[in-house]
Ligand binder design. Sequence first.
Ligand code: HEC
Length: 214
Amino acid sequence: MNRPLVLSIVCVGCLLEVCCWQATPQEATTVVMQTKEGTTEPEMVQQELPVRFGFGQRATRAEIAAWDIDVRPDGQGLPAAAGTVAQGRSIYAQKCAACHGPTGKEGPFDVLVGREPREGFPFGKSMEFFRQKTIGNYWPYSTTLYDYIQRAMPQNQPGSLQAHEVYSLVAFLLYQNEIIGPDARLDAQSLPLIRMPARDRFVRDNRQGGVTFR
Ligand code: HEC
Protein backbone atom coordinates (compact mmCIF):
# COMPACT_ATOMS: atom_id res chain seq x y z
CA MET A 1 0.00 0.00 0.00
CA ASN A 2 1.62 3.29 -1.13
CA ARG A 3 -0.63 5.75 0.58
CA PRO A 4 -0.16 6.01 4.31
CA LEU A 5 -2.87 4.32 6.33
CA VAL A 6 -4.87 6.78 8.40
CA LEU A 7 -4.74 5.41 11.92
CA SER A 8 -7.18 7.63 13.72
CA ILE A 9 -9.05 10.54 12.24
CA VAL A 10 -10.72 13.21 14.30
CA CYS A 11 -14.22 14.24 13.16
CA VAL A 12 -12.76 17.18 11.33
CA GLY A 13 -10.73 14.73 9.36
CA CYS A 14 -13.90 12.84 8.35
CA LEU A 15 -15.47 16.07 7.17
CA LEU A 16 -12.41 16.73 5.10
CA GLU A 17 -12.92 13.44 3.31
CA VAL A 18 -16.50 14.31 2.42
CA CYS A 19 -16.09 17.94 1.54
CA CYS A 20 -12.70 18.58 0.07
CA TRP A 21 -14.07 18.26 -3.46
CA GLN A 22 -15.69 21.66 -2.98
CA ALA A 23 -13.78 24.45 -4.70
CA THR A 24 -13.37 26.54 -1.56
CA PRO A 25 -10.13 28.26 -0.55
CA GLN A 26 -7.66 25.96 1.19
CA GLU A 27 -6.39 28.05 4.08
CA ALA A 28 -6.89 26.32 7.41
CA THR A 29 -4.95 23.24 8.44
CA THR A 30 -5.64 20.41 10.83
CA VAL A 31 -3.47 17.74 12.37
CA VAL A 32 -4.23 14.05 11.93
CA MET A 33 -2.39 10.90 12.97
CA GLN A 34 -0.97 8.75 10.19
CA THR A 35 1.47 5.88 10.14
CA LYS A 36 4.91 6.72 8.83
CA GLU A 37 5.47 5.02 5.51
CA GLY A 38 7.22 1.71 5.90
CA THR A 39 6.77 1.65 9.69
CA THR A 40 3.99 1.14 12.21
CA GLU A 41 4.93 4.33 14.05
CA PRO A 42 2.23 7.02 14.18
CA GLU A 43 3.19 10.61 13.36
CA MET A 44 1.39 13.95 13.35
CA VAL A 45 0.70 15.26 9.86
CA GLN A 46 -0.70 18.67 8.90
CA GLN A 47 -3.49 18.65 6.34
CA GLU A 48 -5.26 21.53 4.66
CA LEU A 49 -8.90 22.26 5.45
CA PRO A 50 -11.36 24.30 3.42
CA VAL A 51 -12.41 27.57 5.08
CA ARG A 52 -16.08 26.52 4.86
CA PHE A 53 -17.46 23.04 4.39
CA GLY A 54 -20.58 24.30 2.65
CA PHE A 55 -23.23 22.99 5.02
CA GLY A 56 -24.66 23.71 8.46
CA GLN A 57 -25.37 27.14 9.90
CA ARG A 58 -23.79 29.35 12.50
CA ALA A 59 -25.15 28.58 15.99
CA THR A 60 -27.09 31.46 17.54
CA ARG A 61 -26.27 32.80 21.00
CA ALA A 62 -29.53 31.27 22.27
CA GLU A 63 -28.64 27.85 20.87
CA ILE A 64 -25.20 27.96 22.45
CA ALA A 65 -26.66 29.13 25.77
CA ALA A 66 -29.12 26.20 25.79
CA TRP A 67 -26.22 23.73 25.58
CA ASP A 68 -23.81 25.67 27.77
CA ILE A 69 -25.08 24.44 31.13
CA ASP A 70 -22.00 22.90 32.70
CA VAL A 71 -21.08 23.90 36.23
CA ARG A 72 -17.44 23.53 37.17
CA PRO A 73 -16.04 22.51 40.56
CA ASP A 74 -15.17 26.14 41.40
CA GLY A 75 -18.77 27.17 40.72
CA GLN A 76 -18.20 28.73 37.31
CA GLY A 77 -21.41 28.33 35.32
CA LEU A 78 -23.80 28.48 38.27
CA PRO A 79 -26.87 30.56 37.35
CA ALA A 80 -28.25 33.48 39.34
CA ALA A 81 -31.00 31.96 41.48
CA ALA A 82 -31.36 30.54 44.99
CA GLY A 83 -33.06 27.77 46.91
CA THR A 84 -33.59 26.61 50.48
CA VAL A 85 -33.64 23.31 52.33
CA ALA A 86 -37.36 23.73 53.06
CA GLN A 87 -38.24 24.28 49.40
CA GLY A 88 -36.00 21.37 48.43
CA ARG A 89 -37.77 19.07 50.85
CA SER A 90 -41.12 19.48 49.11
CA ILE A 91 -39.69 19.32 45.56
CA TYR A 92 -37.77 16.18 46.52
CA ALA A 93 -40.95 14.55 47.84
CA GLN A 94 -42.75 15.24 44.56
CA LYS A 95 -40.03 14.58 42.01
CA CYS A 96 -37.33 12.37 43.52
CA ALA A 97 -38.60 10.29 46.44
CA ALA A 98 -40.26 7.66 44.24
CA CYS A 99 -36.85 6.55 42.97
CA HIS A 100 -34.48 7.52 45.79
CA GLY A 101 -36.69 6.91 48.84
CA PRO A 102 -38.45 9.35 51.21
CA THR A 103 -35.23 10.41 52.95
CA GLY A 104 -32.71 9.55 50.22
CA LYS A 105 -31.55 6.40 51.96
CA GLU A 106 -34.11 3.85 50.88
CA GLY A 107 -33.77 3.57 47.10
CA PRO A 108 -34.90 1.64 45.05
CA PHE A 109 -32.33 3.53 42.92
CA ASP A 110 -29.06 5.14 44.07
CA VAL A 111 -28.79 5.90 47.77
CA LEU A 112 -28.11 9.64 48.05
CA VAL A 113 -27.76 10.08 51.79
CA GLY A 114 -25.21 8.59 54.18
CA ARG A 115 -21.90 9.44 55.76
CA GLU A 116 -19.01 7.00 55.83
CA PRO A 117 -18.47 6.19 59.49
CA ARG A 118 -15.43 4.02 59.05
CA GLU A 119 -11.88 5.28 58.84
CA GLY A 120 -10.28 5.32 55.41
CA PHE A 121 -11.92 5.29 52.04
CA PRO A 122 -13.07 1.73 51.38
CA PHE A 123 -14.74 2.20 47.98
CA GLY A 124 -13.19 0.19 45.24
CA LYS A 125 -11.30 -1.96 47.70
CA SER A 126 -14.10 -4.41 48.19
CA MET A 127 -17.45 -5.21 46.55
CA GLU A 128 -18.96 -4.97 50.00
CA PHE A 129 -18.66 -1.18 49.81
CA PHE A 130 -19.41 -0.87 46.14
CA ARG A 131 -23.03 0.21 46.55
CA GLN A 132 -22.49 2.53 49.48
CA LYS A 133 -21.22 5.62 47.68
CA THR A 134 -23.37 8.61 48.61
CA ILE A 135 -23.22 12.38 48.31
CA GLY A 136 -22.05 12.61 51.93
CA ASN A 137 -19.27 10.08 51.74
CA TYR A 138 -18.02 10.22 48.17
CA TRP A 139 -18.74 13.41 46.21
CA PRO A 140 -15.73 15.77 46.30
CA TYR A 141 -17.50 18.96 45.09
CA SER A 142 -20.87 20.40 46.10
CA THR A 143 -21.13 22.16 42.73
CA THR A 144 -21.12 18.85 40.83
CA LEU A 145 -24.39 18.06 42.52
CA TYR A 146 -25.92 21.10 40.86
CA ASP A 147 -24.47 20.15 37.49
CA TYR A 148 -25.62 16.54 37.70
CA ILE A 149 -29.15 17.17 38.97
CA GLN A 150 -29.89 19.91 36.43
CA ARG A 151 -28.73 17.82 33.47
CA ALA A 152 -29.74 14.29 34.49
CA MET A 153 -32.54 14.32 37.06
CA PRO A 154 -35.34 13.46 37.53
CA GLN A 155 -34.36 10.56 35.37
CA ASN A 156 -37.78 10.37 33.73
CA GLN A 157 -37.70 14.12 32.87
CA PRO A 158 -34.11 15.38 32.70
CA GLY A 159 -33.63 19.08 32.01
CA SER A 160 -37.09 19.97 33.36
CA LEU A 161 -35.98 21.63 36.62
CA GLN A 162 -35.75 25.41 37.06
CA ALA A 163 -32.54 26.83 38.57
CA HIS A 164 -34.22 27.66 41.91
CA GLU A 165 -35.51 24.08 42.13
CA VAL A 166 -32.03 22.67 41.54
CA TYR A 167 -30.52 24.93 44.23
CA SER A 168 -33.28 23.83 46.60
CA LEU A 169 -32.72 20.14 45.89
CA VAL A 170 -28.97 20.53 46.36
CA ALA A 171 -29.63 22.30 49.68
CA PHE A 172 -32.00 19.57 50.84
CA LEU A 173 -29.62 16.76 49.89
CA LEU A 174 -26.64 18.47 51.55
CA TYR A 175 -28.76 18.97 54.66
CA GLN A 176 -29.83 15.30 54.65
CA ASN A 177 -26.14 14.41 54.48
CA GLU A 178 -25.44 16.62 57.53
CA ILE A 179 -23.23 18.97 55.54
CA ILE A 180 -25.29 22.18 55.93
CA GLY A 181 -27.90 23.33 58.43
CA PRO A 182 -31.71 23.25 58.10
CA ASP A 183 -31.97 27.00 57.40
CA ALA A 184 -29.36 27.13 54.64
CA ARG A 185 -30.08 29.05 51.46
CA LEU A 186 -27.85 28.31 48.49
CA ASP A 187 -26.94 30.45 45.51
CA ALA A 188 -24.03 30.89 43.08
CA GLN A 189 -21.88 32.49 45.80
CA SER A 190 -22.56 30.18 48.75
CA LEU A 191 -22.68 26.78 47.05
CA PRO A 192 -19.00 26.68 45.93
CA LEU A 193 -17.89 27.53 49.49
CA ILE A 194 -19.26 24.26 50.88
CA ARG A 195 -16.45 21.82 51.50
CA MET A 196 -17.51 18.23 51.00
CA PRO A 197 -16.43 15.55 53.53
CA ALA A 198 -14.75 13.45 50.81
CA ARG A 199 -12.94 16.41 49.25
CA ASP A 200 -9.46 15.41 50.40
CA ARG A 201 -9.90 11.70 49.88
CA PHE A 202 -9.13 11.85 46.16
CA VAL A 203 -5.57 12.05 44.91
CA ARG A 204 -4.34 13.33 41.59
CA ASP A 205 -3.09 10.65 39.22
CA ASN A 206 0.45 11.96 38.77
CA ARG A 207 2.10 8.69 37.80
CA GLN A 208 4.91 9.13 35.31
CA GLY A 209 6.19 6.79 32.61
CA GLY A 210 4.43 4.01 30.77
CA VAL A 211 1.25 4.41 28.75
CA THR A 212 -0.88 7.24 30.08
CA PHE A 213 -4.68 7.09 30.06
CA ARG A 214 -6.57 10.10 31.38
C1 HEC B 1 -37.34 7.53 37.58
C2 HEC B 1 -36.40 7.36 38.64
C3 HEC B 1 -35.63 8.55 39.16
C4 HEC B 1 -36.12 9.77 39.56
C5 HEC B 1 -37.58 10.25 39.55
C6 HEC B 1 -34.99 10.50 40.05
N1 HEC B 1 -33.85 9.76 39.94
FE1 HEC B 1 -31.98 10.33 40.53
N2 HEC B 1 -31.23 8.62 39.79
C7 HEC B 1 -31.97 7.59 39.22
C8 HEC B 1 -31.07 6.58 38.73
C9 HEC B 1 -31.48 5.28 38.03
C10 HEC B 1 -29.77 7.03 39.02
C11 HEC B 1 -28.43 6.37 38.64
C12 HEC B 1 -28.08 6.88 37.28
C13 HEC B 1 -26.76 6.39 36.80
O1 HEC B 1 -25.98 5.82 37.55
O2 HEC B 1 -26.48 6.62 35.60
C14 HEC B 1 -29.91 8.30 39.71
C15 HEC B 1 -28.84 9.03 40.20
C16 HEC B 1 -28.97 10.19 40.92
C17 HEC B 1 -27.87 10.88 41.56
C18 HEC B 1 -26.40 10.46 41.54
C19 HEC B 1 -26.16 9.45 42.64
C20 HEC B 1 -24.70 9.05 42.77
O3 HEC B 1 -24.09 9.28 43.82
O4 HEC B 1 -24.15 8.54 41.79
C21 HEC B 1 -28.40 12.00 42.16
C22 HEC B 1 -27.64 13.05 42.95
C23 HEC B 1 -29.82 11.99 41.89
N3 HEC B 1 -30.12 10.88 41.15
C24 HEC B 1 -30.69 12.97 42.32
C25 HEC B 1 -32.03 13.00 41.98
C26 HEC B 1 -32.91 14.09 42.29
C27 HEC B 1 -32.52 15.34 43.05
C28 HEC B 1 -34.14 13.76 41.78
C29 HEC B 1 -35.40 14.58 41.78
C30 HEC B 1 -35.35 15.82 41.05
C31 HEC B 1 -34.03 12.45 41.16
N4 HEC B 1 -32.72 12.03 41.30
C32 HEC B 1 -35.07 11.78 40.57
C33 HEC B 1 -33.34 7.53 39.11
C34 HEC B 1 -34.20 8.57 39.40
